[in-house]
Design a protein around this ligand. Structure first.
Ligand SMILES: Nc1ncnc2c1ncn2[C@@H]1O[C@H](COP(=O)(O)OP(=O)(O)O)[C@@H](O)[C@H]1O
Ligand SMILES: [Mg+2]
Length: 458
């Protein structure tokens, strides 16, 4: 076997140094040196040419049909695109305590009934793991567990293993490298090594990844690039609902979400999610509006809440949870200009219920109306929902899947829905089931929720 050595490489310009340097002598960048494994290449005469695959016409390539393996957790299968793809590599990221280990323990329990599964717990002892298995009701005689952090040792134990779970990638390290576990170099090397193993030996690999304070997976971005699938677990640790989202998936849609509830006995998939993202006191106080929004193929009603209070000192504060900050600022500008609601002396707080993150433009109108309602004090009644994209000119623009959205509102028990005028024709068929209120401009929508405060900005 070739002797391995490590070197430090500048991630900006590629300069190699035998020692770590704070500043790159070549490009002058600071803090860019990352440890890398250097394997000297031994040219094997004649062999490389034999392994080298010649270009061929696409028509001669056989389609590989892979049978997906059900994970036993319907919501996870849904996010993966219909089940686990054999020999794929899945990274599961999320805040501490969100339930990454819990989810993978449950998966390990189910898969171990039919496959040889190895759960490498690099963070917890095997007895802690056993305790969790007991709590979750994972009873399996065949599940293999180990507490190991050295990747070389883990590799030794992979004979016949079909599914490997590593909890977590930041806790394992290669002995050949001198940098500590969790460093950029270690994470990158360990992950690419596992990747090669997964492909060469047909092992399905699940990795747990920690996230940084900013919410990205800790380590190099290249970690996400080499994965087949990257999943994020979202939600408040205090709140029992969790959302599993694919941010990258080579075998399915990235927009699917799975909804889970954390119980003492483990994570339970939530099928009836209608009430999760709405509060019970909806309709009693000003500043809350519900919008049907799409995440993948799933339409869910989510409540947007806003709080507006007078700025007492200096610059007004704007804070947004679950909705893009820039969107909040944009909606405030539209309200000021097109509905004559002055927010310049008001602190504004915005929140999407249930810890969900919404990126869809169709919730614009709900954000805007929640803000307007919070400012004017007029309560949006519990039976009203709304959707639509808001343009900077104050127009309410049509959105996709209007019919499905209205249907979801009907399912969730709403009586009235404010929708873009241009979407009205596509939902004509639902007229008898729910009151449809078409709006073309934001001031019309603001007037609908509280007639007393409206000023026209025509
Ligand atoms: N005895 C228990 N009873 C109920 N819930 C528990 C118990 N122990 C842990 N949990 C839940 O499990 C969560 C930890 O899950 P875990 O899978 O270890 O998180 P992660 O691996 O993402 O850090 C805790 O936040 C808590 O909600
Ligand atoms: Mg854990």
């Amino acid at each position: 076997m070739a002797k391995t050595a490590t070197a430090y490489v500048c991630s900006e310009c590629g300069t190699v140094s035998p020692k770590w340097l704070g500043k790159c002598p070549n490009c002058g960048a600071w803090n860019t040196f990352v440890e890398e494994l250097q394997t000297p290449k031994e040219p094997e005469k004649g062999k490389t040419a034999a392994r080298f695959e010649r270009p061929r016409p696409l028509s001669s390539v056989k389609e590989e049909k892979f049978a997906r393996i059900p994970s036993g957790i319907a919501e996870l299968d849904r996010v993966l695109g219909g089940g686990i793809v054999p020999a794929s590599m899945v990274l599961l990221g999320g805040d501490p305590g969100i339930g990454k280990s819990t989810l993978l323990t449950e998966v390990a329990g189910t898969l171990s009934k039919a496959y040889k599964v190895l759960y490498v717990s690099a963070e917890e002892s095997v007895s802690q793991l056993k305790l969790r298995c007991n709590r979750l009701g994972v009873q399996s005689d065949t599940l293999l567990v180990m507490n190991e952090t050295a990747l070389e040792n883990i590799e030794e134990c992979l004979d016949g293993v079909q599914v490997l779970i590593v909890d977590s990638i930041q806790a394992v390290y290669l002995e050949a490298m001198s940098s500590s576990a969790g460093s950029v170099g270690q994470v990158r090397e360990c992950a690419s090594r596992l990747m090669r193993l997964a492909k060469a030996r047909n092992i399905t690999v699940f990795l747990v990844g920690h996230v940084t304070k900013e919410g990205a997976i800790a380590g190099p971005k290249v970690l996400e690039h080499i994965m087949d699938t990257v999943l994020y677990f979202e939600g408040d640790a205090e709140n029992n609902y969790r959302i599993l989202r694919a941010v990258k998936n080579r075998f399915g849609s990235v927009n699917e979400v799975g909804v889970f509830e954390m119980r003492e006995t483990g994570l339970a998939g939530v099928k009836d999610y209608a009430g999760i993202f709405m509060s019970e006191s909806r309709g009693e106080n000003a500043g809350s509006v519900v919008a049907p929004f799409f995440s993948g193929n799933r339409c869910m009603c989510v409540e947007i809440q806003a709080l507006v209070s007078k700025t007492v000192f200096g610059m007004p504060r704007r804070m947004s949870l679950g909705v893009d900050y820039n969107k909040l600022v944009l909606m405030l500008a539209v309200l000021e200009k097109k509905a004559n609601l002055p927010f310049y002396s008001q602190d504004v707080y915005l929140n999407a219920m249930g810890g969900i993150r919404i990126g869809e433009p169709a919730v614009d109108l709900a954000v805007l109306l929640a803000l307007a309602s919070a400012y004017t004090g007029s309560v949006v009644d519990a039976g009203t929902a709304c959707f639509g994209e808001v343009g900077l000119t104050g127009e309410v623009r049509g959105v996709s899947h209007a019919e499905k959205r209205v249907r979801e509102c009907i399912n969730a028990g709403f009586k009235r829905v404010l929708l873009p005028k241009s979407n009205l024709h596509s939902v004509e068929g639902l007229k008898g089931k729910i009151e449809l209120v078409p709006v073309a401009y934001v001031w019309q929508a603001v007037r609908e929720i509280g007639k007393k405060q409206t000023k026209s900005a025509e």
